[in-house]
Design a protein around this ligand. Sequence first.
Ligand code: SF4
Ligand code: ZN
Length: 303
Amino acid sequence: MKCRKCKALAAVALPSHNTAFCAECYPDFFRSQVERSIHRHKMIAPQERVLVAVSGGKDSLALIMQLQELGHDVHGLHVDLDIPDSSPEARRVCETFCESLNVPLTVVELRREGLSIPLVKSKIKRPICSVCGKLKRYYFNKFAIENNFSVLATGHNLDDEVSRLFANTVRWDSAYLSDQGPLLPATAGFASKIKPLYRLTEFEIANFCFLRGIEHVTAPCPYSAKASFPIYKGLWSDLETRMSGAKVQFYENFLRDGRPVFAAWADRKESALVACSSCGYPTSAETCGVCRIKNMVGQEQEA
Ligand code: SF4
Ligand code: ZN
């Protein structure tokens, strides 16, 4: 197979795009996909500072590198989850990588908030990944708001988005379906959330990391076996093998035809958000989910 751009021997075949690229031209394809997403959804305004959530995994590191190369003013943010078997390595990888790019990085330590993922897991009987996701989203947003970042970028890729969309569809969860997409505009108390890698698959991002020599965390989180998304990812991987382009079609058609319907439903139902009585961030209850988690963990520790 030959490279679509220069006709040299191809190194990466992309069946869903019906094309292939050599090692030199592949990063141009990658960049154009990211640029296209940013422009199409007007994700970043000129001169806007972008806070990038970095976990140490391939997606977030590829994202921060690509955004910097596109000329955006980026700042990394890592949440140290205090998981003994994985957090020190994830933090080291983020610090080393951001230093090599000369990109500022801030680390928020859950332990300074009286929390850690193992502690929360031992005290709260809910799936740990959903609690962990809630904590990360809260601290990313809190840092963005308190440090005047109007845009928060995450490394969610097409496989993440398709799996999440599929999980929400299996449950017909209208509330989640109404706000799934590559851009969530800013509202009072929330920075805008963008996913510039949403058109790229894990395979495509892994190839970018390999060709650009990005060292990233490969060991899974010790709690990842409990996550449900890998099941959906496996199903979609099989489907994509049999029906090339199924993932992108499912997701793009949802954005075009499905999401507006659910968004209109959410507008009609919209429940007012109020300031959390404890931390002041927006919530639909009197106390936000994170403050309730902190209270539960604190009470258990005092008992
Ligand atoms: Fe958090 Fe679950 Fe991801 Fe581990 S696998 S980092 S617990 S969301
Ligand atoms: Zn709160």
